[in-house]
Every structure is written in C-alpha cells, then in structure tokens.
Design a protein around this ligand. Structure first.
Ligand code: ADP
Length: 592
C-alpha cells in the first residue's frame, strides 16, 4: 500500500495534533500523580518536624509544676505586700528563667495579677499585670497540672506558655507560668525545601517558616471566633487577616493549594494533625518539580511517539518513493516498448521494401542474363547457320553443274559448322547440368601434364609457350581428372587470349602446395570487371570468340571439388588465376 506525500504529511500533522491534544488532556493527571508522589515524600520530613516540635514541648511541660513546688512562692502569695520577699522571689525566678532559657517565668495570685516575674527588671514586664483572662491561667486554676497555649499578647511577641497551679496543701493559691519564645522554631524550619505552617483549631497560622504568614487565618473568621479572640487577647486581633488559600484534594492528608498573591504557581500541602493539641502542622512544597517531572514524562512519551511516527513516516515515504520509481520505470518501459514496436514496424516495412527490391533486382538480373544468353546464343548459332545455308546453296549449285569436288568441299564445311555448333551446345549442356561425378585423389602433376597436351595443339598452330616446372614430389588433391583438366585448359586458353598480339607469349603454370597458378603477361583484369568475370555470359571478347561461360563453369567445378578459384593482377603485370584444391587424404591416396 502506498500513499501520496501530501497524504502522508497530512497524516503526520493530524497525528501530531492528536498527540498534542492527548498530551494536554492527560497532563493534569500526570502532574497530579507526581504531586501525590511529592506529598508522599514530604510526609517524612513533616513527621520528623512534628516529632521534634512535640519533643520540645514535652520537655518543658513538667517545668511549671516543678517550680510551683517551691515553698517561697506560697509564702509570697500569702504576704504579697512584703517587698523583701518579693524581691527575693523575683530574683529567684529570673535565675530560673536564665537557666531554662525561658523568656519569662512569673507568678500570679488567684485573681490573675502577677506578683513576681523573672522579667521584673525589664521594660514591659509582666509584673502587676493581670492575666486572668488567659486560658492557661483558668486551666491551671482549675487544677490542671500543666497547660499551654500560644499567644500574640499585647507585646506582639509570639510565645508558648506552660502553667501549673501553686498549692497550699489542698488549696490552690496561685498560678506559675513559663513563657518560651516561639521564634526559635520558625528559624529552624527556614531554609528547608518546603515551608512549614502550624495552625490551631481555629485555623490560625501561629507558627511558620514564613514570617508573613504569622497570625493569618486560612479560612474566614466567624463572628463568635472574633469575639472570643477579642475577649482573651490571644492574638493581636488587628493583625489577623485572611491568607486566601484555595485547595484541591490530592489524597489523604495532601492537597494542592493556591495562595493568592504568591509568586509561586502553587503548593503541595501535606498535613499532619497533633490531635491532643488540636493543632495541624503542614508542609508546603512547590509544585514546580512535579510539573516539571510531568512535563518531562510527557515530553519523553511524546518524543518516543514522534520517533515511532518518524520511523513510520520514513517507511511510508520509502514505499511511496519505490512505488513512484516503479511506476516511472514502467512508464519508461512502456514508452520504450512503443518506440521499439514503431521502429520494428518501420524496419519490417523497410525489410519488405528491400525484399521486394531484391526480388525485382533478381528478376531484372535473370532477365538481363537471359537477354545476354539469348544474344550470345543467337549470335553463336546464327553465324554458322548462315554459313551452313550458303554452303548448302553452294553445294546444291555445284551439284547441278556436276562440279562434284567443289560440292564436296562445301559439304565438308557444312559438317565443320555442325561440329562447331555441337561444341557450343556441349558447353551449354555442361553449364546447365552439373553432373555429380565422383571425385577422388588426383595427381596434380598428371592433370597439368594432360592439360598441357591439349594446349599443345593450339600452340602448334598459333605459337607461344607454356612455362611449367613439375613439383619435386607428388601432390595429391581431391577432384575429377577430366573436369580439373578442363579448368586448367580453360585458364591457359584465357591467358593466351589475353596476350593476343604479343609476339612470343609465355604462360607460366606452377604448383604451390595444392594450388595451381596460371599467370600471363597480358593487360590484367580491369578493376571494374573483376567482380563480374565469374558471372555466366560475361565476356569482353568479340562476338564469336567467347561465350563468357568458361570462368563461370570453371568456378563451379572447383567449388564442387571443395576448392576455390580466384583471380588477381600480378604485381609485375598480367593476371594470375589460382585454383586452390583440397589435399587428398593419405587413406584415399593409398586406396588409389
Ligand atoms: P570468355 O573467355 O568466353 O570471354 P570466360 O568466362 O572464360 O569467357 O572469361 C570471361 C572474361 O574474363 C573474358 O572475356 C575476359 O574479359 C576476362 N578474362 C579471363 N581471363 C583473363 C586473363 N587471363 N586476362 C585478362 N582477362 C581475362
């Protein structure tokens, strides 16, 4: 299956969009997962902080009860006006406070008035002030061994207080209270990764690593709460304002919170309740790492999907490219095939034309050969026929006059003419029928000698000489004796014909290997006729002197023997004809 590039890119774009949408959709879920994980991690240090706070509080809890045991205190409460006693108790409390690192230790009578205080020397000392409205006072007065609370008090300094009743036997005569500065805790928490806040039952933040969160309420105050605070002066009411928190639950004891006015995106709030105190301690860590983790996870997933998509894309593109290449190849092939078909058709037409032309030419050649033959034959036969007619007329005239010898002479001439015509006829027969005579091993020298014997007759009449040197050893060739002799006679005759007019012509006959050369000193063969001399009826001789069949017949004879007949001009002038024959096999020679 293949796709167009546009479709592939469309597909990829659609998938990428879908992916982005899916990412956007699942992002909050992933983010919440990481937030919950963060909350779980935060729970551990929170627990430690809670334990540490509780340990510190517990450590000081027995202190007021111990100090309250001192008999001096009861005495002073019974003689409150005694300045010496009071000074001594004041000093005693001051030393105690220094020892336990409390910010104040003070003694109140049952009306709540402070009769002695460690801070007696300081400005703003608790001395002579009345704390009857404070809950720790009332609780201690009710007989609780120890109680504590956190207050802003009028000084604005946050502290936590322990109080214990001072007893005279069974009777409660006063209350001893110790105040510790709370700021020490805040400073311990500061600088950690998470912020810490501790809220009381009214959801007031009274401890926090963030000073700006101190004395702020994380939910709106009800009128009743407001009235209660105003009444016991627990917090500086004028400073209490709202810390606007929006929360979304993340799980048990964990929330995702936004605090208005904060620069940070939000916090992961992990909380733990201190049930006995009715406090809640919470750690607030920034959401940024969780968001980052979620983003990173999503990015990795996205990248993986993108990578997969890219691989798929590469694969599809490659498929498409291959398909395109194939289609192109097929198109090219089709075009090529069409071209070839057209060219083939052209060629076939051309070939048909050529065949037609060839046929026409052959036809024309045949006709011309026929014409040549007719002309040659009519000439060859007409001349002796005309002669025969006139000799016959003469003989008849001589006979009428009883001139017998003259008549006889004419009749003899007629007979000679008849012989000549018979010779011509025999030539023609030779040409027409190539008898499949047997071939065998021949002594080449013997054949040449026999041919020379035939030629001698002509030489005796016309003059001339044949120069022949027989070979040193016998040369055996394949052929027919009479026919080969006829070929050599023909070649020698042609050679003397070519040298007609020379005074003492010499034809050189030689044997070289299984080839017979016949060489003359005539004019040689003209370049334009060399291709034609073996054609039947080709002759350059005058009418009556040659039929133009000799070389043609010779050529065929030598071919029948499996040999070749060739003509060339000798470099020293004249023509040289060569009859190259097949050597006879030793077996054939032995059988001879
Ligand atoms: P013909 O002798 O009847 O002409 P041939 O076939 O024997 O027929 O010879 C054909 C032609 O070849 C001759 O007319 C002549 O022009 C040429 N020819 C043959 N032999 C020779 C030669 N030795 N030298 C030059 N021309 C030759």
């Amino acid at each position: 299956m293949t796709f167009s590039r546009r479709r592939i890119f469309g597909f990829v774009a659609a998938v990428a969009l879908l992916l982005a949408l899916a990412g956007a959709a699942v992002f909050p879920t992933i983010e919440r997962h990481y937030m919950r994980q963060q909350a779980m991690q935060d729970a551990v240090p929170l627990k430690l902080a809670v334990e540490s706070l509780r340990a510190t509080l517990d450590r000081y809890a027995p202190l007021p009860a111990l100090i309250a045991e001192r008999p001096q205190l009861t005495i002073l409460l019974q003689n409150a006006a005694d300045p010496v006693l009071r000074a001594s108790v004041n000093e005693d409390l001051r030393q105690t406070a220094a020892t336990v690192k409390a910010s104040d230790v003070y003694l109140m009578d049952i009306s709540g008035r402070t009769v002695a205080a460690a801070s007696y020397r300081d400005e703003g000392s608790y001395l002579d002030r009345n704390f009857s409205y404070q809950s720790y006072f009332t609780q201690a007065l009710n007989g609780d061994l120890s109680s504590f609370s956190v207050f802003g008090t009028t000084t604005g300094e946050r502290g936590y207080f322990y109080a214990a009743p001072v007893e005279d036997g069974e009777r409660i005569v006063g209350v001893l209270a110790i105040k510790f500065n709370i700021a020490a805790f805040d400073s311990i928490w500061r600088g950690a990764d998470s912020d810490i806040m501790v809220t009381d039952r009214n959801d007031f933040v009274f401890m926090s690593s963030r000073p700006d969160w101190h004395f702020r309420a994380i939910r709106p105050l009800s009128d009743a709460t407001r009235r209660q605070i105003a009444q016991n002066l627990q917090y500086p009411i004028d400073r209490i304002d709202l810390l606007p928190i929006t929360t979304t639950p993340l799980g048990q004891d964990a929330q995702h919170v936004y605090i208005e006015g904060e620069t940070r995106e939000g916090f992961i709030l992990t909380s733990q309740r201190l049930t006995d105190l009715d406090w809640t301690m919470a750690s607030l860590s920034p959401t940024a790492p969780a968001t980052l983790s979620a983003f990173r996870s999503l990015l990795i997933a996205g990248l993986l999907v993108a990578l997969g998509l890219m691989a798929l894309l590469a694969y599809l593109l490659r498929q498409t490219r291959q398909a395109e290449a194939l289609a192109q190849e097929q198109r090219a092939k089709a075009v090529l095939e069409e071209t070839v078909a057209i060219r083939t058709a052209d060629l076939q037409t051309a070939l048909a034309d050529l065949r037609q032309t060839q046929t026409d030419l052959i036809q024309a050649g045949k006709l011309s050969a026929l014409g040549q033959m007719s002309a040659a034959l009519s000439h060859e036969f007409n001349q002796p026929l005309a002669a025969v007619k006139s000799y016959a007329d003469n003989a008849s005239a001589f006979l009428e006059r009883d001139r017998i010898p003259e008549a006889k002479d004419n009749i003899t001439r007629i007979s000679k003419m008849a012989d000549r015509m018979a010779t011509i006829s025999a030539h023609l027969r030779n040409f027409a029928r190539r008898p499949q005579q047997a071939t065998g091993p021949l002594s080449l020298n013997t054949v040449v000698q026999d041919a020379l014997a035939v030629i001698d007759v002509r030489l005796a009449a016309e003059g001339g000489r044949v120069d022949y040197m027989p070979p040193q050893t016998e040369v055996w060739v394949t052929g027919g004796h009479v026919r080969l002799q006829q070929v050599i006679v023909n070649l020698i005759n042609n050679a003397f014909d070519a040298m007609e007019g020379q005074r003492s012509p010499v034809v050189r006959v030689s044997i070289e290997g299984t080839t017979v050369h016949v060489r003359d000193t005539g004019p040689g063969i003209e370049a334009e006729t060399v291709a034609q001399i073996f054609d039947p009826f080709f002759t350059t001789k005058e009418p009556g002197k040659g039929l133009g069949l000799g070389l043609s017949i010779s050529f065929n004879i030598v071919s029948d023997f499996g040999g070749t007949l060739s003509a060339a001009n000798h470099p020293d002038g004249g023509a040289i004809f060569s009859v190259q024959l097949l050597p006879a096999t030793p077996h054939q020679v032995a059988a001879q």
